[in-house]
Design a protein around this ligand. Sequence first.
Ligand code: NAP
Length: 251
Amino acid sequence: MSFLPPQWQPSDTELADKTILVTGASDGIGRAVALACAKVGAEVLLLGRNEGKLETVYDEILRAGGREAGIIPLDLTTHDPTRYEALAEQLTAADIILDGLVHNASVLGERRLLAQTSPASWQEVIQVNVSSTFLLTRALMPLLTQATSSSIILTSSGVGRRGKAYWGAYAVSKFATEGYMQVLADELKATRHIRVNSLNPGAVNTKMRRTAYPGEQPDSNPSPEALTDHWVYLLSDASQSLQGETLSAQD
Ligand code: NAP
């Protein structure tokens, strides 16, 4: 069931004065969320591995009248903690305080039985979908702590709540994402001003969905743009009561 209050829609200034970092902002849901946040006043930091695609999103934000975005080229297969710490130092030097962190980037990996999954694919999926979340949040926590009210969104999946054959490392990584969310939310509940929730987008017409379901009619699923209010709500002060929740954008 949707967690959005009935009829809730963001105002034109819903995220004014907020700085939001979105991972995997070059495509799919991350791109749509970045554009939606910019549309309602946020300064958006676009993190991804493909600088050219991030520049396209940057241009789209400017063309739509949004505030100038930041571009953060970072491949999340990187497991060196110093790369994440260097990013935090760079943002600190630019006097950035983070009001929102959307962990959205993920890879699907191999759609095979676990016993047939290659160790290299397992490693990549766990690194990009889970370990980079830990490394990035760990490095950026001082910037999130400085905001009067900040929101961390962990992107989950239906197969991270009920395991299914042939979803392999991806499903396991999404269970880990849920576990990470619960532990962090419990750690932060006393602080009251950093909230952490997981959000399952449901089936959405993106490159990942089309790859996972090649036989499916792509437009039988909603576009990423149709669902962005859920992310904007979770990033806005309207959602301050939500902490440690396991949420879904579709029924
Ligand atoms: P997508 O269209 O494949 O986009 C994934 C994004 O992650 C892209 O921006 C991609 O960058 C980025 N990314 C992948 N590997 C990266 C790396 N190593 N370093 C940095 N960025 C990387 O997928 P999506 O459907 O929008 O998925 C977004 C989130 O929703 C994921 O967490 C996914 O698990 C979740 N989800 C999606 C669905 C669905 O039906 N679409 C359902 C449930 C959950 P490039 O542009 O460079 O490829």
